[in-house]
Design a protein around this ligand. Sequence first.
Ligand code: NDP
Length: 330
Amino acid sequence: MSGTINAIVARERDGKVAGKLEQLAVTDLPDEDVRVRISRSTLNYKDGLAVSGRGRICRRLPMVCGIDLAGEVLESRDERFKPGNRVLANGYELSEKYWGGYAQQQRLKGDWLVPVPEAFSAEQAMALGTAGYTAMLAVHAIEDAGITPDDGPALVTGATGGVGAVSVMLLARLGFRVTGATGKAEGASFLKALGAAETIGRDQLARESRPLESETWGAAVDSVGGTTLATALAQTRRGGLVAAVGLAGGFKLPATVMPFILRGVTLRGIDSVMAPQDQRRRAWSALADRIDPGRLARISRVAPMSELPSLANDILDGKISGRVVIDVNA
Ligand code: NDP
């Protein structure tokens, strides 16, 4: 095992932590059981925070960034994996405590790996990535609560983002009338092409809300947090569920207990990072069944790993619609 690999490595440089393209020796990789040749990774909001250094994601340095990866097993001391197996990984504190997917190879624990569903290429799996798999966890939470399209329309906030766009596709496919809340002028046509019935401006939700507002949504997937999540809760119908996924608009929750105690609304947190394997495999298998490859291609594009430092700022500045797949070999 010799040679060098390209990787985006976060280090402290001039008093600031940020990720840059570097060459590492294969022998520098951590001593984990499964060595994977990575072909694709992807860009998530959290990756933007890690690579730009605008959020404190990397808890150890140097850190190979990237919370997602897909590739092929090269060698394994874990009997569950053989050379040639197609695998992916999401979360599990990659890019936080453990070296992640922005590299041409990585060594990983077998417990972190999920087989790439037959239906997907590595590129399609990463067009979904953590954002898509998290959207599926949120939609499963809605389905598991017994909520159906008969219970009312579904709201998706941060709708043109990764979690949002995939949530729109999945909820529309289940038959929900989906409203996408977006701050982007071009958001309406993008979201309608994914199956949204209508769009509303992000400002309609990102405001101080009354404890209870007109009952509107049967279910919601929220990527934004803050006043947006509070307004979504205040507008959720009796017995409805809001899946709290993200904090693109803030981590505070200026809400009251009224939706919970007067309408029986459920606020369900979604944690993709440490979700157990059975939930992950269920989510990936459902994505393989339910995602239309044509629509997936419409929301994703491929960029080389060398562009990550600028893409990291773009995603944090809300300049990216849909998903960016990272070709780690370009
Ligand atoms: P993206 O950047 O792709 O999407 C976020 C979207 O939120 C943007 O596209 C934009 O959509 C909207 N947005 C951005 N800034 C603001 C703002 N200041 N106020 C209101 N809306 C804003 O990120 P992801 O989809 O990858 O992630 C979304 C959120 O979910 C992030 O906070 C991320 O950290 C979190 N997350 C959590 C996971 C978990 O396990 N719980 C897993 C994955 C992500 P638009 O322009 O359409 O309004």
